[in-house]
Design a protein around this ligand. Structure first.
Ligand code: TRP
Length: 361
């Protein structure tokens, strides 16, 4: 069996730089590495509905935004299958069977579910669909026999839950499903990119995001007003780089060759940090450097997005074809699952003969 990727995003808004460094950039690298036999990228609309049931229009409007972000960032529909979760009905069927393999207390212990319940103030009024979304996510992954799930740190408990379900299923019904592995970002700054205000997470509601679809001017404004070290008041003052958002972003985006290109006074990020910590280096200069790096990264993305925006029907066509292709693959897994679970009544030619014998003998 070859290596297969499945990963996805909830379509609740445009994707931001946190998504980009946390997983999107990696997906594109993996896609182009040629090391994977198949790559599935899923727009998780059904999962988004688990806590947006009363606002389906929000999900509907954001399908195309996420699809455009994928294409703009370099997901290539000839190499990767982009599809919409709700269009693959087999995923619901699989989740329904997995529900028998997971206990309520196990779901209650899932750290991601725990924090998300707190974040949304659900307390005791948790929708059942939301509470059980780790099970649905396990079916997303296993329906495609994914070996590898590139995702952020916050998805780790989801993958762990999926692995448990696979082990339990294979234990009861025989070897059928593939146990997936998470592929985390290899750089600590990319694990959880803070918002431009220094808050722990980029989030639309906090207004602290940079989007790959932002204009050059919007990016400049965001970078220039970024949170740095509040005690670094005069240029001469020594500065702190830990917790300094500009440096966290440099950790995530800066490569050695950026110095030769944009700031030959320094040869490495360590050297730049050392100067900042000694004092004598102003925030504005560092911010301009970061802005140059982000612009280099974002300009081609922005241009590709503009191109795709001119042909929205083509984007929907990619999603439709992708969903059809995904459905075929998931249906193949479901056939194996039904056989393993002994619910393949009409495909089992032995069954009728066997039952006949039982009643006649
Ligand atoms: N839970 C993921 C998120 O919130 C989205 C998602 C749904 C996903 N199904 C998945 C990610 C399967 C990886 C694999 O971003």
């Amino acid at each position: 069996m070859g290596k297969i990727i499945l990963t996805g995003d909830r379509p609740t808004g445009r994707l931001h730089l946190g998504h980009f460094v946390g997983s999107l950039r990696r997906r594109v690298e993996l896609q182009n590495s040629g090391l994977f036999d198949k790559i599935f990228i899923m727009i998780a609309d059904a999962q988004a509905l688990t806590d947006n049931a009363d606002n389906p229009e929000k999900i509907r409007q954001n399908i195309i935004e996420v699809a455009l972000d994928y294409l703009a960032c370099g997901i290539d529909p000839t190499k990767s299958t982009i599809f919409i979760q709700s269009q693959v009905a087999e995923l619901c069927e699989l989740a329904f069977y997995y529900m028998n393999l997971v206990t309520v207390s196990r779901l209650q212990r899932n750290p991601t579910v725990k924090t998300e319940i707190q974040m949304r103030n659900f307390e005791t009024s948790i929708p059942v669909g939301f509470f059980t979304y780790p099970i649905s996510q396990a079916s997303d992954i296993t329906a495609f026999r994914a070996t590898t799930v590139p995702a952020g740190e916050d998805q780790q408990p989801m993958i762990e839950q999926a692995r448990e379900i696979v082990r339990r299923f294979n234990g009861i019904y025989g070897d059928t499903l593939v146990e997936p592995e998470i592929l985390l970002p290899d750089n600590a700054a990319c694990m959880r990119l803070p918002g431009t205000d220094g808050k722990a997470k980029m989030s639309k509601s906090l207004g602290n995001c940079i989007y790959p679809s932002d204009s050059s001017e919007e990016v400049r404004k965001r970078v220039m007003s970024m949170y740095t070290d509040p005690d670094h008041i005069r240029v001469e003052d020594p500065g702190k780089v830990e917790g300094n958002t500009v440096f966290t972003y440099l950790d995530a985006f800066c490569r050695p060759e950026h110095f030769a290109q944009y700031w030959p006074d320094y040869s490495s990020l360590d050297e730049l940090k050392a100067h900042y910590m000694r004092g004598g280096l102003g925030d504005v200069k560092v911010k301009k450097f970061l802005y140059a790096i982000l612009e280099e990264l974002l300009t081609p993305i922005r241009e590709r997005r503009k191109e795709w925006e001119k042909d929205i029907p083509a984007v929907f066509d990619i999603l439709k074809r992708g969903s059809e292709a995904a459905r075929e693959v998931a249906a193949g897994t479901l056939a194996d699952v039904r056989r393993a679970m002994r619910i393949d009544y009409f495909d089992d030619t032995e069954l009728i003969a066997e039952q006949s014998r039982k009643f006649q003998g």
